[in-house]
Design a protein around this ligand. Structure first.
Ligand code: ATP
Ligand code: MG
Length: 332
């Protein structure tokens, strides 16, 4: 897989590739709909070099945020800087610093992938001898489709072509809005590999996704937004530690009125005399140790099941999907 080698190096590299301060967006009323407060004062810093995931339910404001960065939507208030350039103060520099793959794919069906990349490079003023058309086609696995009409490409191929298109000017920041929507499992993995390769070679990546597994596998930092507000922003490991919680549900051979002392250190519940729920943290405790402790106390077990929480639970909890909770979590 190819990676950019000629990322322009500013005199001093910014600590944050993208920085949003009090960013607001109110869409003006359209038809019968009143004004829409899509972003309500977003503060977010995306460190240079990170692979940053932005999660949120439909309508949370993810695309609005990305479109403001891309220069496609005007912000109402606050600041948004890319590579140190504020989007409304230095729009050309800001735009030159990012490549954006929008959520809605729009491409001229009569151009071929090769033509499209050449055209895009021309738009960005990349001199002919510095273009990387073949390298990019190869990187996204489209060399054999280089001269096919875009309309003959599958949905997943089109999305990969859009990634290549976003990279023609070798921007230091790549922004992907739902990069793998509609992409099959194998090609999704291929796209992830490419994104990882770009990131390893120094490109800061910001992506939105509805696939929590994607965020879990790919991103080093995750922000969750809901109703135009940031409700969590933390390193992935911190966020996942929050859900480092599993339960062992046991059916016992005999009635118990209290938790055995051998299970000290665990959270034990006895919902019924012959049922026991033991909560533990898989990162530092093992189910086997719980079972051994019970055996040592002479407690026979008839049946065992487990329950676990994951990123989905925390996502639902924070976005109100499960319990109507709108709690806010800040980075530690
Ligand atoms: N051009 C527009 N005019 C008016 N309202 C808009 C416009 N674009 C978006 N909105 C509204 O702003 C809110 C945020 O939309 P946005 O597209 O940013 O959400 P999103 O997080 O990207 O959602 P999804 O996951 O569905 O892509 C929504 O309520 C949406 O209806
Ligand atoms: Mg969107």
């Amino acid at each position: 897989m190819a990676a950019p080698t000629d990322t322009p190096t500013p005199v001093s590299l910014p600590a944050n590739a993208v920085e949003l301060r009090g960013l607001t967006k109110i869409y003006q009323p359209t038809g019968k709909a009143g004004p829409k407060h899509a972003l309500k004062g977003i503060d977010l810093a995306i460190p240079r070099g990170s692979l940053f995931g932005l999660l949120g339910p439909n309508g949370a404001g993810k695309s609005t945020m990305i479109n403001i960065l891309a220069g496609l939507v005007n912000k109402t208030g606050g600041t948004a800087s890319i590579w140190g350039h504020e989007v409304s103060e230095r729009p050309r520099r800001a735009r030159a610093s990012i490549g954006v793959v929008p959520q809605e794919l729009n491409m001229d069906p009569f151009f071929t992938p090769r033509e499209m990349l050449e055209l895009q490079a021309g738009l960005y003023g990349v001199p002919k001898k510095e273009r990387r058309t073949e390298e990019l086609l190869d990187a996204v696995g489209l060399s054999d489709k280089a001269d096919a009409h875009a309309r003959s490409l599958s949905g997943g191929m089109k999305r990969r072509l859009m990634v290549a298109k976003a990279m023609v000017h070798t921007p230091p920041v790549l922004i992907l809005d739902e990069p793998t929507a509609g992409v099959d499992v194998e090609l999704r993995r291929q796209l992830w590999d490419y994104v990882r390769t770009l990131n390893k070679s120094g490109t800061t990546v910001l992506l939105t996704t509805h696939y929590l597994q994607e965020a879990e596998e790919l991103c080093d930092t995750i922000a969750i937004i809901n109703h135009g507000q940031v409700v969590a922003c933390e390193p992935k490991t911190t966020l996942l530690r929050r859900v480092d919680n599993k339960a062992l549900c046991l059916t016992l051979e005999r009635d118990l009125s209290a938790a055995p002392s051998s299970l000290e250190g665990y959270t034990v519940e006895l919902p019924e005399p012959r049922r026991m729920v033991v909560r533990y943290q898989p990162s530092r405790q093992r189910a086997g140790a719980i079972l051994s402790a019970l055996a040592a106390s002479g407690i026979g077990i008839i049946d065992v099941t487990t329950e676990e929480s994951d990123l989905e639970d925390i996502f639902l909890q924070l976005t109100g999907g499960a319990h109507g909770n709108t709690g806010v979590i800040h980075a530690a």
